[in-house]
Design a protein around this ligand. Sequence first.
Ligand SMILES: NC(=O)C1=CN([C@@H]2O[C@H](COP(=O)(O)OP(=O)(O)OC[C@H]3O[C@@H](n4cnc5c(N)ncnc54)[C@H](O)[C@@H]3O)[C@@H](O)[C@H]2O)C=CC1
Ligand SMILES: N[C@@H](CC=O)C(=O)O
Ligand code: NA
Length: 438
Amino acid sequence: MSVKEAGPVKPIRVALLGCGTVGTEVVRLLTDQAEDLTQRIGAPVELAGIAVRRPNKHREVPEHLLTTDAAALVKSDDVDVIVEVIGGIDPTRGLLLEALRNGKSVVTANKALLAEHGPDLFEAADASGADLYFEAAVAGAIPLLRPLRESLAGDRITRVMGIVNGTTNFILSAMDATGAGYNETLEEASRLGYAEADPTADVDGFDAASKAAILASLAFHTRVTASDVYREGIRAVSAADIAAAKGLGRTVKLLAICERVTSPSGQESVAVRVHPAMIPRTHPLASVNGAFNAVFVEADAAGEMMFYGQGAGGAPTASAVVGDLVAVARNMVASGHGPRESAYAALTAQPMGNTPTRYHISLDVADKPGVLSQVAAVFAEHDVSIAAVRQEGRIEDASLVIVTHAATDAALRSTVDKIGGLPVVRDVVSVMRVEGEE
Ligand SMILES: NC(=O)C1=CN([C@@H]2O[C@H](COP(=O)(O)OP(=O)(O)OC[C@H]3O[C@@H](n4cnc5c(N)ncnc54)[C@H](O)[C@@H]3O)[C@@H](O)[C@H]2O)C=CC1
Ligand SMILES: N[C@@H](CC=O)C(=O)O
Ligand code: NA
């Protein structure tokens, strides 16, 4: 029996906060799919209002719903659910806390807010019994947070590693394909509309770090915030780094890596980091190009899984937002609740210096006897073991390419610093971490 045949059902009233790239597409999906959504939920979903900053801007949305007063929508008795697609910390933090404290469920795509203030939002939701859903906040359309939060809740996740920023992946893919430098490729990304007017959050790794914090929190049942995440962006990645990677059958990707680590004494902690890394061209993440995202998850019982798809863009992100809205609405119809925060494990965050990593180091050195042994001595002094060395002589100098075994990141950095100061080393051409191989 259809919902219509069953008689009138109380509609779910939704306030949309923000109507930019994602918000406009949320309105379109809610309008185009209204009939289907009603059937899937068991009640109609109605827009009660749309909060915008500039009401006079042209948008393909019902004008009579527009308001500049987001706070009034959040307070309104006529609103059941808040969908937030404004972004940033202010005023969203205050608006969402107020909504949750008053028992209104929230759907948000706001990774920056969740990574900074997730615990406050979860506490407010738990106290009032409201739902908090945020699938769009990491890897856009790709169903990733729900699998971590629900499907894999019976397993023990050990590692999450992936490409979670479309803008930087577009830039690195283009540098790899054309051999062009970072600055000219960023200009191309801006011209094509991938990079934002201020690309800082993307290219300096803040966006990926927020996503890594959210992924680690869910995977390891622990509160991980943006400040726990080690972060390096891609500004320093040079054409020489890309060429060095190619020469070794590798490519460079900005990776978000969340790991469960166990100390020799058996103490568990989490290590969460975002940085560029060389991965083998045969690795599945190496073929993720352009603005696409992909995330590898490893769990004890399930083994390895990869999630792949569109991590950005209005329509793909709106798909995840509306999917969450359906979940919230279904919970309301069934008088149930979505999953609460799960942070019982309370693992500590391991500093980057203690995290085991591997480095690729490419040096221009004087082509004379004894150079290799001087360089090797510095590695030995820092207890860093060398996995592979390649030396190519030239007329006046030579290039030396070294790939290490795993050592603590602090030991590797000290090694590189000391090697850079050796008189026989003319230039440290490229230093990059290596991932995705044993
Ligand atoms: N665009 C994308 O590909 C993705 C975006 N997200 C997240 O979705 C959220 C929205 O992103 P976009 O739509 O791309 O941003 P946008 O900048 O296109 O849209 C945000 C809108 O909110 C409006 N706004 C700002 N302050 C406001 C206020 N006080 N009241 C009402 N409206 C206000 C702005 O005028 C703008 O139109 C952000 O949290 C973003 O991180 C998540 C995944 C992908
Ligand atoms: N700027 C982000 C948008 C999605 O989160 C990206 O480039 O991935
Ligand atoms: Na997602």
